[in-house]
Design a protein around this ligand. Structure first.
Ligand SMILES: [Zn+2]
Length: 384
């Protein structure tokens, strides 16, 4: 499944994906109607830079330079950020075969769900207990009623009994907490109402995968200066009134993490500080109970390979591998190529939807081992 078909699937499935979809690129009904003459007309349009549209732009690298095929990760991998993409037993078996082929030892399934929805997913994946872990969501019902907390804690304990090993993915893109279909508008992670819930996660030995904010381009004006325009427009936040901005959400994340030192948090997608890794480094340094996953931010970091690899080197003990993009073998391989190779100027527009080219980080074996596996293994083993 490439990014586009995955996102179409994710939209249909009502899943919240970590990253922007490529719907902005989809063929419009008008284009479809044009039918056979479409190719000719596209070619004619494309002949002029005056009429070529950014959404149609598919540059191809001309450089005669090495292309590294990474069929299998160099070391065994723990994927800390995935979702229940596979729906049937056959699809789950296919996923396991893909994991074997590309070198994924274990995958965290962030179900975002509670109650019978969680139990159903848990049951479906129970044939492969060594390969998948189920993480549950929060029951946010009654968040705006007095006495919120005990019921959420009770359901958390029940999910743990039913097999949940962690919590996630919990979102807050500035409007309040979201756990799958459960929403708590206006209640952010640092809200005192959440204190008992976060503490209970620590007590139960359940790490939390917490997604705050979204990439910076989504907050910026949708104009000719927006560097990530094609994705940004699809997932825009610039038109959302009264939301907490990116920087404010990072402050909220840090306040929450600092207030609950016995609870382990994993900030999804570099805490959306992929554009300001130095700030993420400071937040990590101040908070030993915080990790960051690198899922669904490969295309956002691959344009700055030297700065990004220096960041990996400095914070190698706090970064964990994740995908968040379906379970195609080709998807995994793109992530390995970016982390392992020193390839330059390659395009994966269908996977990531950005128009720019990517570069590999060429991470050392020691760093790859930590990020692919050892940090996650340590974090998971520390649970009660
Ligand atoms: Zn996700």
């Amino acid at each position: 499944m490439n990014r586009r078909s995955f996102l179409q699937w994710a939209n249909l499935a009502g899943l919240v994906a970590g990253l922007p979809s490529a719907r902005a690129f989809a063929v419009t009904p008008h284009e479809a109607e044009v039918g056979q003459s479409a190719d000719a007309s596209t070619a004619k349009k494309a002949a002029s830079p005056e009429t070529l549209l950014l959404k149609d732009y598919r540059p191809q690298s001309i450089y005669k330079i090495p292309i590294t095929e990474v069929a299998k990760a160099k070391f065994p991998v723990i994927d800390m950020h995935s979702h229940p993409y596979a729906k049937t037993a056959a699809e789950i078996d296919e996923w396991v075969r893909n994991m074997d082929e590309v070198g994924i030892e274990k995958t965290m399934i962030l179900t975002m769900s509670t109650g019978t929805a969680f139990d159903d997913i848990q049951r479906k994946y129970s044939k492969h207990p060594e390969r998948f872990e189920m993480w549950c969501g929060f029951d946010l019902a009654g968040f705006d009623m007095p006495g919120f907390g005990p019921a959420a804690v009770k359901e958390l304990e029940r999910c743990k009994q039913a097999g949940a090993r962690g919590v996630g993915e919990i979102h807050d893109k500035g409007k309040g907490l979201v756990s799958g279909k459960a929403k708590a508008p206006g209640m952010h992670p640092d809200d005192p109402r959440m204190n008992a819930v976060w503490d209970k996660c620590g007590e139960l030995g359940m790490p939390i995968s917490l997604h705050v904010a979204d990439p910076i381009w989504m907050y910026q004006k949708m104009d000719r200066h927006n560097d990530g325009l094609m994705n940004a427009y699809e997932w825009r936040l610039d038109n959302q009134p009264n939301i907490v901005g990116l920087s404010g959400m990072v402050d909220i994340l840090e306040r929450t993490v600092a207030r609950h030192p016995n609870t382990t948090f994993i900030a999804c997608h570099f805490a959306n500080l992929d554009y300001d890794l130095a700030r993420l480094g400071e937040v990590l340094e101040r908070n030993p109970n915080l990790y960051a996953d690198i899922s669904a931010r490969y295309a956002e970091t691959a344009p700055i390979p030297r700065f990004a690899s220096a960041f990996y080197e400095k914070h190698a003990n706090r970064l964990v591998y994740g995908t968040d993009m379906g379970f195609d073998k080709s998807m995994y391989r793109v992530t390995f190529r970016i982390l392992e190779s020193l390839d330059e100027h390659f395009y994966e527009i269908d996977q990531f939807s950005y128009h720019w080219s990517l570069n590999g980080f060429g991470l050392s074996d020691a760093i790859l081992k930590q990020v692919y596996h050892d940090n996650a293994a340590k974090l998971l083993a520390a649970r009660a």
